[in-house]
Design a protein around this ligand. Structure first.
Ligand SMILES: Nc1nc2c([nH]c(=O)n2[C@H]2C[C@H](O)[C@@H](COP(=O)(O)OP(=O)(O)OP(=O)(O)O)O2)c(=O)[nH]1
Length: 137
């Protein structure tokens, strides 16, 4: 059954050791080479956490735990909604299985990174997340 709610793209803010994981898109051409939070479309019948965990197995080869939201909802031109979640690594080392590269960034590198346009609104939230996580260590 199709829900009335907009389909969701889930995006993972994975922080470890005071750094955030970014993944570099291979396509489409207008996004290729830009950096995003790994994730993807939540399928009908999946909770956002289930869908995001599945995407992170497919894209990075890691097992994760999905936590609370980060930043605002971002409406996408195709009618979907993009939402970021805090995600913790449980097992595995992230590998670029569907991206051209992955890298861990600290605050300065994150601020300078060429993010996909839709993710730029999250920059202050992601910087705060890095600061909070660093303070906890
Ligand atoms: N995964 C992800 N997608 C994002 C981000 N920001 C952003 O605008 N998008 C857009 C790009 C795509 O239009 C859409 C997600 O597509 P995708 O290609 O990552 O997801 P998917 O694996 O489920 O896609 P598909 O192959 O099934 O079409 O959301 C982000 O931070 N992470």
């Amino acid at each position: 059954m199709q829900s009335d709610e907009a389909r969701e793209v889930g995006a993972a803010a994975i922080v470890a050791g005071g750094r955030l994981l970014l993944a570099q898109r291979v396509g489409p051409p207008e996004l290729a080479g830009l950096w995003e939070l790994p994730g993807g479309k939540i399928e009908p019948g999946e909770t956002p956490a289930e869908g995001l965990r599945r995407e992170l197995v497919e894209e990075l080869g890691v097992l994760t735990a999905v936590g609370g939201r980060v930043g605002a909802d971002v409406p996408l031109p195709n009618g979907m909604v993009l939402r970021a979640y805090r995600v913790t690594l449980l097992d595995g080392e992230p590998a670029a299985l569907e991206h051209s590269a992955v890298r861990w960034v600290g605050p300065a590198e994150l601020s300078a990174a060429e993010l996909v346009p839709n993710d730029r609104v999250w920059l202050p939230d992601l910087l705060t997340l890095l600061r909070v996580e660093s303070a906890r260590q």
